[in-house]
Ligand binder design. Structure first.
Ligand SMILES: Cc1ncc(COP(=O)(O)O)c(C=O)c1O
Length: 414
């Protein structure tokens, strides 16, 4: 079936606007995605017709909000094949989900001298929480090296690190800088063989490909709603049931308890035990609307369309002199997320982004919240990045290539 991008674009009101007098080309969906009308209307519908707190009101509005919130969790559970809603904890975002895993389960599992294993390609969200935990528990934080040339994890480094029996292995499924898609299924199997608990950062993978936690076998998965057409302020931490049962919650308060006396308390059942206080009700509900929209297109179709755009972008950029791209090359583009980070010889990424902005094109520039990767592994100060989603077109990539030519002209690069 043909991927009808024009029909999809018509669902995104923001794409009708101009930026600096030019039609907006939004090439920054890896930072946050735009929202379809269905999502915008669902937010308005909640506040206009049934805004009420959940799990407590014995009246129609509250019952409807509670029902919609629960329905949305079921959609999330189905999306990632989690089994049931008891495995789905709503958080603010992927960052909070990763921190929650580190501050609850992992902070009990990791003891003095234990090893925590992550990769050099992690976003700060899956790096700083582990630096903090290693410091607190006097544990050792190790990194699986990245092969700068291929953009892939170094197999020898992976095997050697696993041989040292880490307590935790936490890694991204898709890199927000290199685009690399890691084989988290094989790594999980290997890590489990060495007794590790495996945490997967799905912030860049969940929006674009089928992520099946049962198939991967991971113990935790984290992702954000705002990168997959949903509102900001809603994210997900999936964890296996036995882990959640044995783990103490981080926060105490309303909704997470079943019974409280002056002396003690009894936790609520899963998943509510981990959601203290009034949650982001609107975000929780509308994430379900975003998932409906994504399912309407099909994650398989999204994945192949993004691959097509990525291959096209890599091919076009390879025609340009003095332009370097990062991550797996064209021949490995099949297993690459829909983004391309690049640099132009001698030109700061902020200058590139400025010229793009002048031409109506939104891209991200900087260290992409992956400073160790960009600076210490790739040896760059900053990179420009274009990232694609369901509403992007090859025409927009052509405009980006034209903008690169303009940058080169302005800064007198060949
Ligand atoms: C790979 C990866 N992990 C985690 C995050 C953090 O997501 P959030 O800022 O929504 O918590 C991002 C955001 O860009 C990301 O790209």
């Amino acid at each position: 079936m043909r991927f009808d991008v024009e029909r999809i674009r018509a669902d995104f009101p923001i794409l009708q606007r101009k930026m600096n007098g030019k039609p907006l080309a939004y090439l920054d969906s890896a930072a946050t995605s735009q929202k379809p009308l269905a999502v915008i209307e669902a937010i308005s519908d909640y506040y206009s017709t049934y805004n009420a707190n959940i799990h407590r009101g014995i009246y129609e509005l509250s019952e409807k909000a509670t029902e919609k919130y629960a329905e949305s969790k079921e959609k999330v559970a189905k999306l990632i094949n989690a089994g049931g809603v008891e495995n789905i904890i709503y958080t603010r975002n992927a960052t909070e989900a990763l921190n929650l895993a580190a501050l609850t389960y992992a902070s009990h599992k990791v003891r003095k001298g234990d090893r925590i294993l992550i990769t050099e390609m992690e976003h700060h969200s899956n790096l700083v929480p582990w630096q903090l935990l290693a410091k607190k528990q006097k544990a050792v934080l190790e990194y699986i090296r990245v092969d700068k040339r291929t953009g892939l994890l170094d197999g020898t480094s992976l095997n050697e690190s696993l041989e040292r029996e880490p307590a935790i292995v936490s890694l991204t499924q898709a890199s927000n800088v290199l685009g690399t898609i890691n084989d988290v299924k094989s790594i999980t199997r290997m890590a489990h063989g060495h007794g590790a608990t495996v945490i997967v950062d799905g912030a860049q993978s969940a929006p674009r490909m089928r992520v099946d936690v049962k198939d991967i076998g991971c113990d935790f998965l984290a992702f954000s709603g705002h990168k997959m057409l949903g509102p900001t302020g809603i994210g997900v931490m999936y964890a296996k049931r036995d882990i959640l049962e044995e783990t103490e919650p981080l926060l105490g308060g309303g909704d997470m308890i079943l019974k409280v006396t002056l002396k003690a308390h009894m936790w609520n059942e899963l998943p509510w035990k981990f959601e203290a206080g009034t949650p982001n009700i609107e975000g929780g509900i509308v994430l379900g609307t975003a998932i409906d929209y994504l399912n309407g297109i099909g994650l398989g179709a999204i994945d192949s369309y993004e691959s097509e755009l990525t291959r096209y972008a890599l091919a076009r950029l390879s025609e340009l002199k003095n332009v370097e791209t990062f991550g797996p090359g064209l021949k490995d583009a099949k297993n690459r997320a829909g983004l391309v980070a690049f640099s132009i010889n001698g030109i700061h990424a902020h200058d590139i982004a400025q010229v793009f902005n002048d031409n109506g094109i939104a891209i991200r520039a900087g260290h992409h919240c992956a400073m160790p990767l960009v600076r210490e592994v790739l040896g760059k100060d900053s990179l420009a990045r274009m990232s694609f989603y369901v509403y992007n077109t090859k025409d927009e990539i052509d405009r980006a290539v034209d903008a690169i030519e303009k940058v080169k002209k302005i800064f007198r690069v060949e």
